[in-house]
Design a protein around this ligand. Structure first.
Ligand code: FAD
Length: 594
């Protein structure tokens, strides 16, 4: 158990040493302070804010709460480069580089507010204890994190350490996720309250000797991939940081957002039609509350304009804005809705949410299929173009992410965990709660979602009719005529010659027969959903994780939720439905998607 008296004495020693270095005379130091460990006039110990995935100053509840409490005592922020976090298979050089940009933006912003940023490299408890010994801090502020099993275990260790060391650990929410939630009933109200509550305000701290002392704390500086033993970040990606996030938000709400509705599914338009806030949200360079409130302000502005504008063209534009803002705001709600699932059941990072699906894919993993998919060489052009664009940029729109997962999970019958790890590493915006919930949802292992099986040929024709996106990312198909671009294996030999693309040499044959593979996948799921035990299981999942929002028609089509709501007995629908260009068959519907 650490010795508190020693750490406090050390804190005085640091202050004394700083005074010593600034006064530049050991005689003056000894005359003024006596021997280093002699009792000194008591200074209140500083407070510490532990930054994790919350790299901003605006609407930062932990910083604001600590600053409010500090009252003359110093306050410093610490960011830890933890080998166990960087060593996770989900973590990539791009994540480190993006994080570094966020910290580079944050450090001067904190300094302007009188809060030094200290970084350390090492295991969290060891580093926090080291800092406690150096500064004597007795209060530690942080945001709650809905993270991976590694960060979850780390947080538990930190909590235990704090209890034993007598450090008061204050953890505050930063999203709509509710910790220790008893039931999903009423969750929407929690979320709305959080989004509508006032943003945390951080006032500059008075500069004094305590603050001056803290600026001298040793720091590891800002580390990039090379410092952490990673290869260089080669992504052609967006920059990180609070200022970049604010600019992206502003640009979206004033200009690009008009094209959100109707523009987010095709990979041709999505890169600019989508908000592109996901990575900034994942690293906490902007708070979801700030994004929500800014979008609300814009929505009200549009509504007011609609009430006064009469010109038909203007009204058309405003209506387009209205649709777009509504659609984008529903995604902000999903952000926390999906994260709440992991918060409530951390095991879903590794295990099927619907345990009835255990054993479906586990023993049939094909490394060869996985590698073809992971490198963009399946022989299905849109699937491959999506993967290669993701490998190059770290971002993909929702629909194309879903296509990649659907292809891996149904057509290639790969388990979602290895494919999910590959994608997590590639997604700059990797957010565990959204990611693993979506992976399971798009793989059919939640038990409560409509089975979404995307047909890659159909998606290609709908989303990239001329093959522009395909040719951009698959240069070997650049010369393929448009009539064959979605199914290049149908090119006659002479056309292949003329196009400079021999199938099997320059571009692979399709790795599987998609139609046959889907038939087999559907048969296996159909068998499963007729099993009464599996049905009962799904009911439990719906109760624990299901959205309580009664979207249009959802309740009628969703026997589990109808039963939960007490409006009828479970009844299997025989209706086959077509959902927004996707081949689906009704099972237990939850959220509609894009
Ligand atoms: C298999 C799969 C894995 C995914 N993994 C992640 C992930 O790790 N991190 C991540 O942020 N998003 C993930 N998504 C959701 C979605 O694809 C991205 O949030 C979106 O493409 C990011 O671009 P954007 O910021 O421009 O989104 P916009 O469409 O502009 O949406 C605004 C914000 O809403 C949230 N959001 C959007 N769509 C969803 C959704 N379907 N579910 C939950 N939240 C949503 C995001 O925070 C996003 O930044 C995943 C989707 C799939 C199908």
């Amino acid at each position: 158990m650490p010795n508190r008296r020693t750490s406090r004495e050390n804190w005085h020693l640091i202050e004394a040493l700083v005074a010593y270095s600034t006064k530049a005379s050991s005689l003056k130091f000894v005359a003024a302070f006596g021997p280093p460990l002699a009792p000194l006039p008591m200074q209140p110990p500083p407070l510490c804010v532990w930054l994790k995935r919350d790299l901003r100053v605006t609407d930062h509840a932990a910083l604001a709460a600590a600053a409010e409490r500090s009252r003359g005592a110093g306050l410093f922020a610490v960011f830890l480069y933890e080998p166990e976090i960087v060593g996770q298979p989900e973590w990539s050089p791009a994540h480190t580089a993006f994080q570094r940009e966020c910290l580079a933006d944050l450090s001067p912003a904190l300094a302007r507010l009188g809060i030094p940023l200290v970084t350390r490299q090492g295991e969290a408890v060891a580093m926090l204890e080291q800092l406690r010994q150096e500064t004597g801090f007795a209060e530690l502020f942080a945001h709650e994190e809905t993270g991976t099993a590694v960060s979850y275990a780390r947080d538990r260790r930190v909590r235990r350490w704090a209890r034993e060391a007598g450090v008061q650990l204050v953890e505050l929410p930063q999203t709509g996720v509710v910790r220790r939630l008893a039931s999903r009933n009423g969750w929407n109200r929690h979320w709305e309250d959080r989004m509508e509550s006032a943003q945390a305000v951080l006032r500059p701290l008075a500069r004094g000797p305590a603050a001056e002392t803290l600026t001298r704390l040793p720091t590891a500086g800002l580390l990039g991939p090379a410092d952490l033993g990673q290869p260089p970040d080669t992504l052609d990606r967006q920059p990180g940081g609070e200022r970049a996030a604010a600019a992206v938000l502003d640009d979206f709400l004033s200009r690009r957002g008009r094209f959100y509705s109707g523009g987010i599914s095709s990979p041709l338009t999505a890169a600019t039609a989508c908000s592109r806030l996901s990575a900034q949200l994942a690293f906490g360079a902007v708070s979801i509350r700030r994004v929500w409130q800014a979008s609300e302000a814009r929505r009200r502005e549009v509504k007011a304009a609609l009430a006064s504008v009469t010109d038909r063209r203007d009204r058309f534009e405003l209506r387009a804005w209205q649709r777009s803002l509504k659609a984008m705001q529903s995604r902000l709600h999903w952000h926390c809705h999906f994260m709440q699932k992991l918060e409530d059941e951390p095991a879903i990072e590794q295990a099927n949410m619907w345990r009835a699906a255990d054993g479906l894919r586990e023993d049939e993993f094909s490394q060869q299929r996985f590698e073809a998919w992971a490198t963009g060489r399946t022989g299905y052009p849109l699937v491959d173009a999506c993967m290669r664009s993701l490998l190059a940029t770290g971002w993909l729109t929702f629909r194309m992410r879903a296509l990649l997962v659907s292809f891996a999970s149904y057509s290639l019958w790969l388990h979602w965990r290895p494919t999910g790890l590959h994608l997590a590493r590639l997604f700059l915006d990797f957010e565990p709660g959204i990611h693993w919930s979506q992976l399971q949802m798009q793989s059919g292992t939640t038990g409560i979602n409509t089975l979404r099986i995307y047909n890659p040929d159909k998606q290609a024709i709908e989303q990239d009719p001329q093959g522009v996106f395909i040719r951009r990312w698959l240069p070997e198909l650049a010369g393929v005529p448009t009539e064959h671009i979605h199914q290049p294996w149908t090119m006659p030999a002479a056309v292949q010659q003329a196009a400079g693309c021999l199938i099997g040499r320059d571009y692979p044959e399709p790795i599987v027969d998609h139609t046959l593979a889907l038939r087999a996948a559907k048969a296996r799921f159909t068998a499963l959903r007729h099993d009464p035990a599996a049905w009962a299981e799904a009911r439990g999942v719906a109760d624990r994780h299901g959205s309580r929002r009664d979207r249009r028609g959802a309740m009628q089509q969703d026997p589990v939720r109808r039963e939960l709501a007490g409006t009828g007995k479970p009844r299997r629908s025989r209706r086959r439905s077509v959902h927004d260009g996707q081949r689906t068959f009704p099972f237990l519907a939850e959220e509609a998607e894009d």
